[in-house]
Design a protein around this ligand. Sequence first.
Ligand code: PXP
Length: 244
Amino acid sequence: MARLFVNVDHVATIREARKTLEPNPLSAALLAERAGAHGITIHLREDRRHIQDNDVYNIKQGITTPLNLEMAPTQEMVDLALKVKPYQISLVPEKRQEITTEGGLDVISQEEVLSGIRQKMHANGILFSLFIDPDLEQVKACQRIQADSIEINTGTYTELDSSEAIKLELDRIQKSCTQARELGLKVFAGHGLNYHNIKAIAQIEEIEEFNIGHFIVGQAVYVGMENAVKEMIRNIEMARGQKI
Ligand code: PXP
């Protein structure tokens, strides 16, 4: 069973370009749901460059599918997550200067802190996921701190040009997914995915959830949100050989 979570951050990016009220990421989330998205993802960044605090509350209230809240492992974000109570939080590393998330979390170097956050989320019925690079040692660390799931960073894979390098990266991703599943972790994937590069990723049967944002919002400019989401679902289904 695979699920598509649609990330609507960049609907807010367009709105914030003018600091007005439109377009509204909640409206986009509702259209994504109508098109068959299984959940909605948003990333509340420390610098509030796209999603704002109000959006988090409005989207949590307004959608009917699960909300996955991406956030940095900071006290401010932990406090907010405990107020909002999303279905799931996904911890990501965050740097102010970066254009988008660059690389996965280094779980190994902060197991104690992350484990503390995991305990707080579980005490409040919130699932706990960690965005990591396809690295076997990071996968093991995620299991040690009793995460529910990992999200494999597909960003490197999506940026490679040579077929040899792509093959090697897909092999790393597959090995990490296999190991995570063996250790009892659920496996998700995301970053940089589009209609073309999703194919090889969707064929990895361990992956249960895909988080896709920028490309879908970009396509929505041409064909509308619903069509863009439906087309992504169709691509995942074709690669999997099954309905999702
Ligand atoms: N997963 C994580 C952890 C992310 O930080 C992002 C970007 O916000 C995505 C998935 C979605 O990536 P993209 O917008 O490139 O589809």
